[in-house]
Design a protein around this ligand. Structure first.
Ligand code: GLC
Length: 551
């Protein structure tokens, strides 16, 4: 059996990690915003679920211009979410329950409320304080034009002008100025931050925008022309490593440096890169002398199609193997449409148009979505490597596509002149109970409105209920722990079209029917099925269903 005990330094290679978006998880003080004590109070939900670790999205001081990814102090807790003592208590309780703790590190940018940026604004052009960021004079006769045509991921120019006439770079919101990673002080400060959290007992780090830190700042700055702004599409169209600000080869030096910090601890601290780069480039971030793992976004973006999924699984396993890393899998996170809705959107859907229509055009069949989501989850959990779960997917939560415009908080909404609705629909606070002011999220309201349908998805409604999504996850994670050994996957021969079928160790197999007709169930003991089977012995695997089979 795979040793997932706390002493095993390789625990992360085949772990299940649960993402907590703290502001939407649980609110202990009733102010409508989730907090650290809320996480601590609900940790038994995670240990009962059977995950190995939790990853906390940012909980640092922040004015919430980007949901906490605008960090004003990387080494403190937002007073609205608690204190460092609350954080320490949370880590202690997690460890007592056998859960590892991973925190989010946001190195590409700070908040504009960070002391360094406030100092840079005061100090003026040409000052050393401005060197920590990317300040430049503008173009045009009076410097009235941005220094280059670089684009913000959230829409519009990536440059913002300050009152003294200079411009600063922000690849995300204007409240998130980019740091200058050529600066020794920036590098040293992040080493200090990593040690600060590692010394407090944190087991690993999720590295935000890992592909953005290194920029080509040689003058004159190179325009990107018609390359798309959002990284990945653009990266398919340039020679690898040559885009002026995404996925540059020099970025890897930074992670080789961080690895020395991680390895000074016993066990070594782990890390996972958030890098939206083309598949083969992803594994570079996961090399053993760098971060060790990288999110597999090509998998998350795959359509519900057997051939496409098989191809992406094969590619990811090969890339991870060649990098000496372990593969990762993810279906949902705080930046994308929840997979219980996404997987039934027709492949050519414009996601933003769907969100703007309030989830009505096209209409989504919630039951069909949940059925697919459950099949997709069992498939993912059978793959060798680590799976990253996003809070609420264990309840089968759909995307809340009809959030009223007045409720939207994602900076994307305003920064695009209210044309892109953004990511709030997957960040709606969790339902814990079937009634109460915010379905048990807290004693007060919730910072984003929860739909009435959340009552039926609540933990209280599903715990102990046969066939519920929560019980499916619990059973799957328990079986997974017992059955996983080694990282081998062997595809079965003679699989019908639309079906994925592979074996892991000890004759344990996973079969998914992605076609729209029933297919014969391969022989073997049925351990678990994502859809309750009407006639378990009938030898049939219904559509949109995954089964786990024993020898
Ligand atoms: C990452 C985060 C996202 C955030 C962005 C800027 O992509 O996942 O939520 O907006 O970085 O920090």
């Amino acid at each position: 059996m795979t040793d997932l005990s706390s002493r095993n330094p390789d625990w992360w290679r085949q772990a299940v990690i649960y993402q907590v978006y703290p502001r939407s998880f649980a609110d202990a003080d009733g102010d409508g915003l989730g907090d650290i004590r809320g996480v601590t109070e609900r940790l038994t939900h995670l240990s009962t679920l059977g995950v190995d670790a939790l990853w906390l999205s940012p909980f640092y001081p922040s004015e919430l211009a980007d949901g906490g990814y605008d960090v004003a102090d990387h080494r403190d807790v937002d007073p609205r979410l608690g204190t460092l003592a609350d954080f320490d208590a949370m880590v202690a309780e997690a460890h007592r329950l056998g859960l590892k703790v991973i925190v989010d590190i946001v190195p590409n940018h700070t908040s504009h409320r960070h002391l360094w940026f406030e100092e840079a604004l005061r100090a003026g052009p040409g000052s050393p304080a401005r060197e920590r960021y990317v300040f430049r004079p503008g173009k045009g006769k009076h410097g009235e034009l941005p220094p280059s045509d670089w684009q913000s991921v959230f829409g519009g120019s990536a440059w913002q002008r300050v009152p003294d006439g200079e411009w600063y770079l922000h690849l995300f919101a204007a409240e998130q100025p980019d740091l200058n990673w050529d600066h020794d002080e920036v590098r040293a400060d992040f080493r200090t931050t990593l040690r600060f959290w590692a010394d407090r007992g944190v087991d690993g780090f999720r590295v935000d925008v890992a592909h953005g830190l290194a920029k080509d700042l040689t003058e004159p700055l190179r325009d990107i022309g018609d390359l798309a702004a959002t990284g990945e599409d653009a990266l398919e169209r340039v020679a690898p490593g040559t885009h002026p600000y995404w996925d540059r080869d020099e970025v890897h030096e930074i992670y080789r440096d961080w690895r020395k910090v991680f390895d000074a601890y016993s066990p070594s601290r782990t890390a996972v890169a958030e890098a939206w780069v083309p598949g083969p480039r992803t594994a570079l971030y996961a090399r053993p002398d760098e971060l060790g793992q990288a999110f597999n976004f090509p998998y998350l973006q795959a359509p519900w199609d057997a051939d496409e999924l098989r191809r992406r699984i094969i590619d990811a396993l090969a890339a991870a193997r060649s990098a000496g890393a372990s593969a990762t899998w993810v279906l949902s996170n705080h930046d994308v449409i929840r997979h219980a809705s996404r997987l039934v959107l027709p492949p050519d859907t414009d996601d933003n148009a769907w969100l703007l229509s309030g989830g009505r055009a096209p209409a989504v069949d919630e039951r069909a979505g949940l059925r697919r989501a459950r099949a997709a989850t069992l498939l993912m959990l059978a793959l060798p490597g680590s799976s990253y779960l996003y809070q609420g997917e264990e309840l089968g939560l759909p995307e809340v596509a009809d959030l009223p415009q007045a409720a939207l908080q994602d900076p994307i909404w305003e920064q695009t002149g209210r044309t892109r609705k953004g990511r709030d629909g997957c960040r709606v606070p969790l339902p814990w109970t079937t009634d109460g002011p915010s379905y048990g999220f807290g004693a007060g309201g919730a910072w984003l409105p929860q739909p009435e349908s959340f009552a039926s998805y609540a933990v209280e409604a599903q715990a102990g209920a046969a066939g519920s999504t929560l019980e499916l996850y619990r059973t799957a994670l328990r079986l997974r722990r017992k059955l996983l050994e080694g990282e081998r996957l062997t595809w079965a021969a003679d699989t019908p079209p639309g079906v994925l079928h592979f074996a892991r160790s000890q004759g344990w197999r996973c079969v998914t029917n992605l076609s729209d007709a029933p297919v014969p169930m391969p022989p073997g003991e049925l351990l678990l099925a994502s859809t309750p089977l009407e006639e378990p012995g009938a030898g049939v695997l219904p559509p949109d269903t995954t089964a786990w089979l024993g020898a």
